[in-house]
Structures are given as C-alpha cells and as structure tokens.
Design a protein. Structure first.
Length: 294
C-alpha cells in the first residue's frame, strides 16, 4: 500500500484566490467569492484560508472542513469540450487546480502533501445557485451535480505554503474507499448509497448527523426548518425571475461572519444548535434549488 501511495502523485497547475464581491441578481445584491483568479509565487495557507482568499458566507462555505477546494484540470477540460468554450483554472471556484490526481475519486480522509502543507480530503462540493451565477446558467448546478465530477474540499492538517508546479503526493488513504464522488451521488441523487457513504468516518458531522444512513439526506432535503427556526430571524428572500421563480436566500454584508481563528491542531469550533440548523436549511435549499431546475 505504501509503495502504491508513493507513486500516487500529481501537480498543482494553479493556485486560485478571490475575495467576496457583490453581484446584482434581479436588482438585489448578493455577495459571493466564487470568482477565483490564479496567483503567482508561493501562497501561504494559514488557518482556513489561502492568503488573498475568503468566503462570502461562512455558514455554508469555508471553515475547517471546507478550507481548500480542489478541482482537476482534466475535469475542467471535459467541461470545456461539453460546453464548447474555454474555461481555465479557477472557473469552478477552486483554490487548487490539479493535474494527474483524480480529485473527484479521492477517498474521504486521504491526505495530500502539497508544498509544505498537509491536507485531508473532507467532502465533495454540493453545488448551489452561486455556481449558476458564475457560469451564467441557472441550470448549471443541476448539470454539475449530475456529471459526477464534484471535486473535493480539504481540511488543513498542517499549515504551509503552496505554489503552482508543486507536487501533490498522497501520503495516506483510508481503507473504506468512499470517494468524494460517491458521497455526492449519495446525497444528491442516489440515497441508496448513503449507508455506504457513511462508512467514511472522516466526513464532517453535519453530513453524518443522526448517526444513521438517512441522516445526511434528511439534513439536506427535509421540509422542516429544524428546531432553531422559531428563534432565528428570517433571511430576506430574493425573487429570481429568470430562474423560474425560485427564491434565493442571501446574507447581507453586515451579517457576514468574521474570519475564523481556528488553526490546525486545535479542536474545530462547535456550532450552536441554531447556527447548525440554519446551515442545514441553507444547504438543503441549495440542493433542492439545484434539483428543481427544469
């Protein structure tokens, strides 16, 4: 196994970062940091962000379990062929554009040595309406989910510096063989796979809630808003006419969370019950929104 992993290498084609920007949606301002651009040189990875990178809404993006998003250049090239247009690195909001590593087939919990940093695969990307904004196509999140190329989020085990042309070396891999793509399929399309997906004990708690095979699915698709709904102020709803009358929930800039103080080696902060149910309801909305496209 160790010899096999020693040969499991790829490279970083591009390191991409971006800060939140305001996007107008039907006359309303939505904050998003999905636009990422390549940067040159060594980029420090500290806490839960690369230098120069941030997330607009830490309720559903960023944090210890979504510190870095990786996407394979080969998958981007497949999209270029399917869409008939050039895309390039950072198009899918990824921080690391890789080559030679099948990112979507990465095993949950496997660890990557990249530059001087050590990262661990934590979960797939579950697309929300902001990916549709980035691609200029409100139907794209559903298409992305169906394609089975979700990429992978990674948590930071050891801080370090990362740059283009760095080698990506897989240094360990759990035996359960549950991949990022399988977890994505289980949550978004094939609930029969949930029991298999939950064999990956390295998944974040919010995807393993209730301790049963249906927990992750209920977290994203149940119709109630959770026990914290009565205590939570309602978020403003934005009517998006071009998107078949869907409603997008968004956080104003004044509600945006400050950068996390979490660092590798420290226990990840425990979310309050209200915040957790809010996060689940937003994730559930994103999933339902992507499923509801005609």
């Amino acid at each position: 196994m160790a010899d096999h992993l020693d040969r499991a290498t790829g490279t970083i084609e591009s390191v991409n970062v971006g800060l939140p920007r305001a996007v107008q949606v039907n006359g309303h301002e939505v904050l998003t940091a999905i636009w990422k651009s390549p940067v040159a040189g060594r980029v420090p990875l500290r806490g839960v962000n690369l230098r120069g990178d941030d997330q607009a809404d830490r309720e559903v993006h960023g944090g210890p379990d979504k510190a870095v998003y990786a996407y394979a250049a080969e998958d981007t090239e497949t999209w270029e062929a399917e869409l008939g247009q050039p895309l390039g690195p950072g198009t899918f909001g990824e921080n690391l554009t890789t080559r030679g590593i099948p990112v979507s087939e990465a095993v949950i919990g496997e660890r990557w040595a990249v530059g001087s940093a050590l990262l661990e695969v934590s979960q797939p990307r579950l697309p929300c309406f902001k990916l549709g904004l980035r691609m200029g196509d409100p139907r794209f999140p559903k298409r992305f989910a169906a394609a089975g190329r979700p990429g992978a989020y990674l948590r930071v085990i050891r801080e370090g510096d990362i740059g283009a042309s760095d080698t990506v070396r897989i240094v360990s891999r759990p035996a359960h063989a549950v991949t990022s793509a399988l977890v994505s399929r289980a949550i978004l399309r094939e609930p029969a796979l949930l029991a298999r997906a939950l064999q990956a004990i390295e998944l974040p708690p919010e995807l393993r809630m209730d301790g049963g095979a249906g927990g992750a699915l209920r977290a994203l698709t149940r119709e109630d808003r959770g026990p914290g709904a009565a205590r939570r102020p309602a978020l403003p709803a934005v009517k998006m006419a071009p998107w078949s009358g869907a409603q997008a929930h968004w956080l104003p800039s004044s509600s945006r969370r400050s950068p996390s103080r979490w660092r590798p080696g420290r226990r990840a902060p425990t979310r309050r019950a209200g915040a957790s149910s809010h996060s689940r309801s937003r994730a559930r909305w994103c999933t339902r929104r992507c499923r509801s496209q005609p």
